[in-house]
Each structure stands twice: as structure tokens, then as C-alpha cells.
Ligand binder design. Sequence first.
Ligand SMILES: Nc1ncnc2c1ncn2[C@@H]1O[C@H](COP(=O)(O)OP(=O)(O)OP(=O)(O)O)[C@@H](O)[C@H]1O
Length: 295
Amino acid sequence: MKPIIQATQVQFNYGAQVVLSGVDLTIHPGEIIGLIGENGAGKTTLLNLLLGLRTVKQGQLTVFDQRPGSMISKQKIGSMLQGDLPIRGVTVKDMLELAAVQYPNALKPTDLLAELELTPLAKRRLNALSGGQLRRVTFALALIGNPDLLFLDEPTVGMDTNAQQAFWQRINALKAQGKTMIITSHYLPEIQAVADRICLLQKGQIAFQGTFQALQQQYQQVEITCQTALPAATFMDLPGVTAVTKTGLQLQISSEAGDATLGALVPFLAQLKQVAVKRESLADIFVHLTKGAVA
Ligand SMILES: Nc1ncnc2c1ncn2[C@@H]1O[C@H](COP(=O)(O)OP(=O)(O)OP(=O)(O)O)[C@@H](O)[C@H]1O
């Protein structure tokens, strides 16, 4: 399948500050990419390059086989960027109608408002919306052109819990329709749940690209808990073990090589009860990978 986005050795700098370097990225139709990284890692800059708002300094970047910012790619992309402030004096419905005329396959504003449960806000001026309401309207603006490709930069910031749930339901529905998305978020459980692939940017470089499962496999930190009468010392020297604590019968083993440690526990299994293994979440792994790295 032909990729929608192809980045080869992309580099970008603001003056002397290199913000992105050596970025290779291929995104296929229907994929959801979770773009994560610390503050200042270069996520928004990458989205700006993909939108043609900034120009690549070195390397190649194509979107729908075109240079970023071309008319064809503009008509196929919907974006929700940080600090997006549409014209604030107009009403929600008028804003959507103004936006709709720019796209050949636009959705009907009233239908979209109904689908996103925004009809009660249709006649409200944008400057009379709360922060979370404005974010939801900005999402509607990203969808109005019925885009094939969506860039969503920290989309749920400011949304209340109900709005966030409705947002992720909508994202799953869009995924089912085959839309392609790049989503950045600092709420990593959201990214873990929705992304087909994670792309971790560190100081402007891609430090990891792949499924969450592949990241978990690469990062073998696990916590094993169980009940046993065996002394803690039995487990200290097993492969991968970094710490062992025991309180009463309750044993906790920390390991940096989960598969190796679990394998070495097999001979003891008859003496271990209620064994539980907790693998690291995306948020845990992110902390380990970025700890001490200042962007
Ligand atoms: N207009 C600009 N002029 C100069 N430097 C900039 C400009 N915009 C961003 N930068 C710098 O580029 C780097 C990358 O910024 P970017 O906004 O892409 O990071 P980010 O990963 O999106 O961060 P965050 O998670 O905080 O949104 C940062 O060091 C930032 O200070």
C-alpha cells in the first residue's frame, strides 16, 4: 500500500538550534500514530512541517505524494493544533460553514454539530465558549472537510472527562472509517489505548518507532509479586533481578529482564502462590526512557 506520509532524513532548525534531525517516517493509510516525547522534543514542529507551515531544511518529506502544503494535501488534511484560535467573533455554526466551503467533500455543518453534540452551542460566538468547548469546536473544524488525514496535537487538553470519552469514541469511529491520524498527547494511557504505532521523539530524533507491544518487549522491566515461604535471598541472583523485598509471605521481585527472570522462576513455581506479573505501561516506559534527558 502506498504511504500517505514519507519522511526521509528530515532535518529542521530554528537558527542554530537543530529541532529535528535524521527523521525517517513512513505512514500508511488507516494507521494511527501516537507521537510522543517530552516538552520541546519537536512534535509540533514535525506537524508544522507536514502541514507545510514550516519548510524542511534537509531531507525529503511528502504528504499524499505531494510537497507539504500543496492544495491537494490541504484538502485532504484536517488539523487541530495547539493554540488554534479561529476567528473569535463569529458563531460556531458560521465558523463551520466558512470552513466547509474550502473543501470539495465537506460534511454538512448541522450534521457534524449534531454528531459531536455541539448543536446547543451552534449560535454561540467563539469568544463566549469555555476552553474545553472551544477545543471541541476546534475538533469539529478539523473534521468539517471530511479529511483522510488528521493531525491532532494534544487534542484533549481542557476537555472534561465526558468530552474526552466522546472524543476517543469518535477517534475509534474515524479509525473504523479508515482515516489516518497522527495524535500527540502527554496523556500516555490514551495513546497506549488507541495508537497502532508509537513514535517517540527525543531531542528531535526518533528514539523508537513501532507497536506498544514491541516497545514493551524491548523494555523488559517487570514487577513480579507472589506469596511464598522461601527466603528473599533465593531470588536475589536470578537473571535480571534488580531488587527483592519480602514482607511476611508477600514477595516482590523487580526485574529489568522479565522473560529471563520468569524463566528462572519455573523451578520454584510449586512454592509460589498468587503469582502476578506487572509489565510497564507506556507512561512507565516513557519515564524510564526520558529520565534525565533534557530537551
Ligand atoms: N518559533 C520558534 N522559534 C524558535 N524556536 C522554536 C519555535 N517554536 C519552537 N521552538 C523550539 O523548538 C523546539 C521544539 O518545539 P516543539 O514545539 O516542536 O516541541 P513539542 O515536542 O511540540 O513540545 P510540547 O510537548 O511542549 O508541545 C523547542 O526547543 C522549542 O523551544
